[in-house]
Ligand binder design. Structure first.
Ligand SMILES: [Zn+2]
Length: 212
């Protein structure tokens, strides 16, 4: 069976089992009229960290942006193709989501590239400049943990880059305004692949604490 056949078989299982369950059939009938998610999740493109699976959510629950290293660029107008900013604008200004979760994760290849750079012989036209959005996270981690191991740097950088993305979220005027008005809450979460657990950044404690 080819990889594509596996996906088609998976779709058949979805269609024959999941979709036709009473509860889900009703849900999709409602969703065909429109979406009204309460939460935007910004997650990594990494195949191991699907937010809908990790949070066991249903279609219609989460509006999701996925990109390399779950980064949010700073607010910038003019030129360029601002895919992340367009999806963010749609979620915040038109869907009026109440929560934005930036969900980073353990063993992130994008953050590894930020910390160590691309291998010398690896072709990269876009990856390095994209992950450099979180350059300040790398600098602060190296400064604060000069004697840490490479693995400790990685983990700290994965978490620090979540905070950089949260800062960048606030550079979008309509995000800052919604937060100020109490209509929007920003969350920084971190998924530990090895233990399968999520932690949330606690600004008062200045660290990530397990959610369960
Ligand atoms: Zn990643």
């Amino acid at each position: 069976m080819t990889e594509i056949d596996k996906l088609i078989q998976g779709h058949k299982r979805f269609h024959d089992n999941y979709f036709v369950e009473n509860e889900h059939e009703q849900l999709f009938a409602e969703l065909s009229q429109g979406q009204n998610p309460s939460t935007l999740v910004i997650a990594c493109s990494d195949s191991r960290v699907d937010p809908a699976i990790i949070m066991d959510s249903k279609p219609g629950d989460l509006f999701v942006i996925r990109n390399v290293a779950n980064l949010v660029p700073p607010y910038e107008i003019g030129g360029g193709y601002h895919g992340v900013s367009a999806a963010l604008e749609f979620a915040v200004r038109y869907l009026n989501v109440e929560h934005v979760i930036v969900m980073g994760h353990q063993h992130c290849g994008g953050i590894r590239t930020l910390v160590s750079g691309m291998p010398v012989d690896a072709p990269s036209e876009f990856i390095q400049s994209w992950v450099n959005i979180a350059q300040s996270a790398k600098q602060s981690v190296l400064k604060e943990m000069p004697h840490a191991t490479a693995e400790e740097h990685m983990c700290a950088c994965e978490k620090a880059s979540i905070l950089v993305s949260m800062e960048n979220l606030r550079t979008f005027p309509w995000v800052a305004q919604a937060v100020e008005q109490g209509k929007l809450n920003l969350h920084g979460w971190y998924f530990d692949i090895e233990s399968g657990t999520l932690s949330a950044h606690d600004p008062k404690l200045a660290r990530f604490e397990p959610l369960i």
